[in-house]
Structures are given as structure tokens and as C-alpha cells.
Write a protein that binds this ligand. Structure first.
Ligand code: NAD
Ligand code: DAU
Length: 351
């Protein structure tokens, strides 16, 4: 096993994590990538079946809140870097079960930080704890303005509060114990392998099955959408070239009101499914709003653009089209995921 870099990626069986794991395993054969994932409802090893036998890849099933396990893993493998993505990630679930978000997102991050600190003590040269966070920590924008790295934290949901808490602990461990860290805060991702509880894959699946498209409130909420592979590229760049103790905002330069996005999705789906134009739009149903629903997120990604030369490579129309095609060509993936617990979650959330 190469000694050059032993990277622990947490949450690598999830949506974004699987894209990051694949990118690192393929691009850096000299690194060894360890993927620690508890395989919750959101984790799926099918996402990584194409790279599971690579020599520089090891999967470990385990929970980041398990102190004994995490400490043993750090001692055994001596990870010199961590890219921390494991989290409870869905806002609606955080409203019905906030405590599980505190456990994984705050306690889990603390457990990783402690093991990292205890292993390396003060020998932190060439080490990095890279924490993946979200733009939701900044709260909600009005109709104008952008989130900058200097925007004060103002989280509104149990999910975003738990992510904000974890960001604060990472920073505090940097200040107090000197651990070398970087944090990035990204906007809404979309693309293949996203669990169909988030807006885009949920609506693709419902359109395929001719089910109602539950738009919260009046649909006039705005998000900034980024293709997941562009997020993975940004993470790669920040991991290798980012400055320690800094935060980088990552966004798509791509704001959409939910209702406009849903209409575009419906139009593309009608074409791909050979349905008459307007057929999928008839499925749109306005439903009760999400409590504490943030009006608008939009990222100022000029820092990562100027300092590291990153810019999204895929336009939204292209990315959405690729995403729809992936879901249409991977019906078994969707069927496996939407059997069992998914149906009872769906009934609780939308009945
Ligand atoms: P996801 O829900 O698809 O995946 C999360 C992964 O973490 C799953 O594989 C799950 O099994 C694993 N996990 C959950 N709890 C765990 C635990 N206790 N121990 C070990 N593994 C555990 O999430 P995602 O959308 O891929 O998000 C990944 C990260 O990126 C999260 O930290 C999230 O906050 C952040 N983020 C997501 C987005 C987005 O739009 N999805 C945007 C910005 C930031
Ligand atoms: O901004 C980054 C965040 O984006 C990430 O940190 C989160 O992990 C990720 O889940 C996402 O959070 P959102 O709450 O923005 O994503 P979601 O797909 O759940 O919702 C997007 C928008 O669509 C939001 O305004 C709520 C709305 N929506 C969502 C669902 C699931 C609906 O109108 N109907 C729905 O059924």
C-alpha cells in the first residue's frame, strides 16, 4: 500500500461521496482511498460497483459516531488526510428527526476530529482535515445578494444548524489544537446516484411513474444548482491547492426558482419519454410548505474561481439532460432504492 497519501473519505457510498471516491481512486493510483460509510438508507455500494476491486481502494462499513471503531481505524491505517462527507443530508428528515442529525453531523464530526488530533498530536505537516459543508449554514437570502465566505452563519433548519455546528467545531479544532483544516460550502448538487428524496430525482421518479409532483408552497423558492461532478472537481482542487484554515464557497452560477426548474424538467422528460408536451406539467401539485423554508440560496464562487481557477464545466440544461438519461437507463437502481423503507418515508412525508 502506497505511503504517499492515505485518505479517509467518509460517506463515500452516498451521492456526492461516491463521485469523489471514484475521482480520487481513478485519478490518483498512488494514493490509497479508504471509504468509511455506515450504509444508512442514503448509502449504496452499487454507486461504486465499477471501482470496488481497484487496488488503491478499501471500503469499511462503520459509523463515524463509533469512537472505538474510528480510533482503531486511525491507529491501524494512519490516515494522513480526511475528506469528510458523511452526514444526514435531507432537510425534511431533519424536521421530523432532528436528533439523528445532531448525532451524525456534530458528534460524528467531533469523533473524527478527536481521532485525527490524537493520532498526529502536533505532527501535522502534510496532513489535512477537509470538511465538506453546505451553503445552508448562511441561512436565507432575500431577493438579492449572494453568500460570500464572510457571510455570518444564520442556519434555519435542524440540518443546517447541525452542519453549522460541525463547521464551528472544525474551525475550533484548528484554532485550539492546530489541526490543519479547510472547509468548503457548496450549493445544491444534482446528478446521477442522488437519492430520490431530493427535488430533482424525486420528481424524475414521479414523472416516470405518473405520480403528483409535490411543489412546496408557491414554488417561488430559489436554489443555485451545481452538477455533482463539478463539485467533485472543486473538492479535488481545494484538497490539493486550497489554503489551510480557509473556507471556499462552491456554486453553480445557476439560480432557479423551484417552479421554473420543475417546468424545465417536465419539458425535458416529455421529450425523452415521448409524451406530448405539457403532459408532465399536469402532474404539478402545490402542497403544504416546508416549515422554516429558506427563500433563496445563491453562492458567490468568485474566490475559488480567482484563486484556484475553478468554474463549472456543465451547463444546467446539459447536466439535467444527462441526469434524466441516467435515471431512465438505471431503472433497477431506482427500483432497488424505492422498495422497502422508501415507500413508508414517502407516505409520512407527503400524505
Ligand atoms: P447523502 O445523504 O447522499 O450521503 C451521505 C452518506 O453518509 C451516505 O452514504 C450515508 O450512508 C453516510 N452516513 C450517514 N450517516 C453516517 C454515519 N453516522 N457514519 C458513517 N456514514 C454515514 O449526502 P450527499 O448529498 O452526498 O451529501 C454529502 C455531504 O455534502 C454532506 O456532508 C452534505 O451536508 C454536503 N452537501 C450536500 C449538498 C447536496 O446538494 N446534496 C450540497 C452541499 C453540501
Ligand atoms: O443548498 C445545499 C443543500 O441542498 C444541501 O446541503 C442539502 O444536503 C441538500 O439536500 C439540498 O437542500 P435543499 O433543501 O435545498 O434540497 P431539496 O432537494 O430537499 O429541495 C430543493 C428545493 O425544492 C427546496 O426549496 C424545497 C423544494 N422541494 C423539495 C422537495 C423534496 C419541493 O418543493 N418539493 C419537494 O418534494
Amino acid at each position: 500500500m502506497s505511503n504517499s497519501k492515505k485518505i479517509l473519505i467518509t460517506g463515500g457510498a452516498g451521492f456526492i461521496g461516491s463521485h469523489v471516491v471514484r475521482l480520487f481512486v481513478k485519478k490518483y493510483p498512488e494514493y490509497h482511498i479508504f471509504n468509511l460509510d455506515a450504509l444508512t438508507y442514503a448509502g449504496n455500494l452499487e454507486n461504486l460497483s465499477d471501482i470496488e476491486n481497484e487496488a488503491n481502494y478499501t471500503f469499511i462499513k462503520g459509523d463515524i459516531t463509533d469512537e472505538t471503531l474510528v480510533d482503531e481505524l486511525f491507529k491501524k491505517y494512519r490516515f494522513n488526510s480526511v475528506i469528510h462527507l458523511a452526514a444526514e443530508s435531507h432537510v425534511d428528515r431533519s424536521i421530523s428527526d432532528p436528533l439523528s442529525f445532531v448525532k451524525t453531523n456534530i458528534i460524528g464530526t467531533m469523533v473524527l476530529l478527536n481521532s485525527f488530533k490524537n493520532l498526529w498530536k502536533s505532527d501535522f505537516s502534510n496532513k489535512l482535515f477537509y470538511h465538506i459543508s453546505t451553503d445552508e449554514v448562511y441561512g436565507s437570502l432575500g431577493h438579492t445578494g449572494l453568500f460570500k465566505e464572510t457571510t455570518p452563519y444564520d442556519p434555519n433548519s435542524p440540518y443546517s444548524a447541525s452542519k453549522a455546528g460541525s463547521d464551528h467545531f472544525v474551525r475550533a479544532y484548528g484554532e485550539t489544537y492546530g489541526i490543519p483544516y479547510i472547509i468548503s460550502n457548496c450549493s445544491n448538487n444534482y446528478g446521477q446516484n442522488q437519492f430520490p428524496e431530493k427535488l430533482i430525482p424525486l420528481f424524475i421518479n414521479n414523472i416516470i411513474n405518473n405520480k403528483p409532483l409535490p411543489v412546496y408552497g408557491d414554488g417561488n423558492y430559489t436554489r443555485d444548482w451545481l452538477y455533482v461532478k463539478d463539485h467533485a472537481t472543486a473538492i479535488d482542487l481545494i484538497f490539493h491547492k486550497g489554503k489551510l484554515s480557509e473556507t471556499y464557497n462552491i456554486g453553480g452560477f445557476n439560480e432557479w426558482k423551484n417552479i421554473d426548474l420543475v417546468k424545465l424538467l417536465c419539458q425535458q422528460m416529455d421529450v425523452k419519454l415521448g409524451r406530448k408536451q405539457g403532459a408532465s406539467e399536469e402532474l404539478i401539485t402545490f402542497v403544504k410548505d416546508r416549515p422554516g423554508h429558506d427563500l433563496r440560496y445563491a453562492i458567490d464562487a468568485s474566490k475559488i474561481n480567482k484563486e484556484l481557477g475553478w468554474y463549472p464545466s456543465v451547463t444546467f440544461e446539459e447536466g439535467l439532460s444527462k441526469t434524466i438519461e441516467w435515471y431512465l437507463n438505471n431503472q433497477t437502481w431506482l427500483d432497488n432504492i424505492t422498495s422497502g423503507d422508501y415507500e413508508s418515508y414517502y407516505q409520512r412525508q407527503y400524505s
